[in-house]
Design a protein. Structure first.
Length: 265
């Protein structure tokens, strides 16, 4: 039991720093895509490949941690996983909706609240993992050996841009749910403010990547510069979450600690 608790305490530290390193690598990777560094473009793609691979590994660790960590209302010693009977007890019944829920003023009772919390706990790391995988696949499609190949009336690189766009949507979806969880958490106000800054930075970074992809496909100038700015926002967000993790870990008693390295409050 102590060993299980030990790795659950260590993994958030590892994944949090993975995000910091991975997003830091995004900056030189996108900088090398700028016109002044045209001769180093391929080096930028390989750096981007390393960065997106690390993002995927970090998100995998967060997902494993969420699946293995019991919620705050689980009994001590629980592994966090639900048996079939437990899952059935969490499902809302017809009486928990409509006027009955309105009379109680709890929006559907503790079971629906716990079910919703379980869904959001899984949703965020899953969206982060999906975003990391899509970014990694998109980078593979940017590799010099395949980027210019024709496929379906377009190029492999253009397909990669669309995959990047899908990955951006995944990051936006995870960030939106995270923002809701942070604003409704009981973490210390300092951790909340820093984590909110981190989410805002991730949202701006994702929007800039989305915009950069559109500029690239429309053959407008500035797509690489937009991605550099987006990478900087991603890095700021990862650093903010590392700070928030420290602040949350220092909270004693009633404060709610973030359970994962990034975007999984």
């Amino acid at each position: 039991m102590a060993a299980a608790a030990g790795w659950r305490d260590c993994l958030p530290v590892v994944t949090s720093w993975m995000y910091v390193v991975a997003t830091a690598l995004l900056i030189p990777a996108t900088v090398l895509m700028l016109d002044p560094f045209e001769l180093l473009y391929n080096d930028g793609i390989y750096t981007l490949l390393a960065s997106t691979a690390l993002l995927t590994v970090a998100a995998s660790g967060d997902l494993v941690l969420v699946l293995a960590t019991p919620q705050s209302n689980d009994p001590p010693g629980s592994s966090g996983s639900l048996s079939g009977e437990e899952a059935e007890r969490l499902l809302p019944t017809a009486g928990e909706f409509g006027q009955g829920a309105a009379d109680r003023g709890d929006g559907g009772g503790c079971t629906t609240g716990r079910l919703g919390d379980s869904i959001s706990r899984l949703w965020v790391p899953w969206m982060m993992l999906q975003g990391g995988v899509l970014f990694f696949v998109a980078t593979v499609l940017y590799l010099p050996t395949v980027a210019s190949e024709a496929v379906g009336g377009t190029t492999v690189a253009n397909v990669g841009t669309w995959v990047f766009r899908c990955g951006t949507c995944s990051y936006l979806a995870g960030s939106t749910v995270t923002l809701h969880r942070i604003l409704n958490s009981s973490a210390g106000w300092q951790a909340q403010r820093v984590a909110t800054l981190g989410v805002a930075a991730f949202i701006f970074g994702a929007l800039l990547y989305f915009t950069g992809g559109m500029l690239s496909q429309l053959h407008f100038a500035g797509f690489a510069e937009t991605w550099v700015a987006g990478s900087a926002f991603f890095f700021v967000g990862a650093c903010a979450f590392e700070v928030a993790r420290h602040l949350g870990s220092a909270t004693a008693g009633g404060g709610r600690r973030c359970c994962c390295g990034l975007l999984a409050w």
